[in-house]
Design a protein around this ligand. Structure first.
Ligand SMILES: [Mn+2]
Length: 267
């Protein structure tokens, strides 16, 4: 399935966007509350956009054919696929923009989930306006180390070589990459890990859009880029143990209505 770089939705659709759930071994507490939310979300819309980092690490679709590596990721992925497949076969469409964690999601996953892949930057025409959709990490141009790594990991040659390795050695690589990334993050200034506002505006103007919708930065909110041009950041999801037996979790989503975007927090 070739990624789409533009989409037109009818005014009645009120699409729903989420991103940065980071499902998997690092936060198993989040899986159940997220799946419960997903049921509600799918009941409330006909058009769903996943703007990347649904999983904390996705090292290839062949993960789904085994259950000893990344068992929580696999369990969550199977449940997500089942829900999305039922949704896309009965009432709606679901789209996926790759994040910097799950860029190796492939044709098998798309087939199992009914998700349609979108290009790195996708233009959405809705209610008389054009929106630019993306995960967001390609706009963090002040973080040169991240951009260099990104260029390497997104190259078809690197991906073909990586996917030819055993799942176990891919898992080792992903673990060491995550450790390195966490160590590097601790050393970086906060602003460096955010999107570059001039770059955002440049991309929005280039595509003649009214605004930008993205995730990745874990800084939910709406930020003006220029007069009448807004950048909307979708909330990330996280969970932790609380004093009671029920884990505390928080996340959120964005709904695009005819009046414009709305950010909704859930917990
Ligand atoms: Mn990300």
């Amino acid at each position: 399935m070739k990624p789409l770089s533009s989409l037109v939705l009818d005014d009645a659709s009120e699409p729903l966007f989420f991103s940065d759930v980071h499902l998997g071994e690092e936060c198993p507490l989040l899986t159940e509350p997220f799946l419960a939310w997903l049921d509600e979300a799918l009941a409330s819309t006909h058009t769903l956009f996943v703007l990347g980092d649904l999983f904390n690490a996705w090292i290839g679709d062949d993960l789904l054919k085994q259950d000893h590596l990344y068992p929580e990721t696999v369990r969550a992925a199977k449940a997500v696929c089942q829900k999305l497949k039922a949704f896309t076969e009965s009432k709606g469409a679901a789209y996926f923009v790759a994040g910097n964690r799950d860029f190796l999601m492939g044709q098998d996953f798309f087939k199992r989930s009914g998700l349609q892949p979108l290009a790195e930057e996708c233009l959405l025409q809705f209610a008389g306006h054009r929106w630019l959709l993306c995960h967001g990490d390609h706009l963090c141009i002040d973080d040169q180390a991240h951009q260099d790594l990104r260029e390497k990991l997104l190259s078809p040659a690197w991906q073909a070589e990586f996917l030819a390795k055993s799942l176990a050695s891919r898992a080792d690589f992903a673990n060491s990459l995550r450790e390195k990334s966490q160590a590097a993050k601790a050393m970086k200034a906060e602003e460096i890990m955010d999107v570059n506002a001039q770059e955002c505006l440049r991309r929005v103007h280039y595509h003649a859009c009214i605004g930008l919708i993205h995730g990745h930065t874990h800084r939910p909110g709406n930020y003006p880029l220029a007069e009448d041009t807004m950048r909307w950041v979708i909330p990330d999801w996280h969970a932790s143990h609380s004093d009671t037996s029920t884990p505390h979790y928080a996340g959120g989503y964005l709904r695009l209505t005819r009046k414009g975007p709305e950010l909704i927090q859930v917990s």
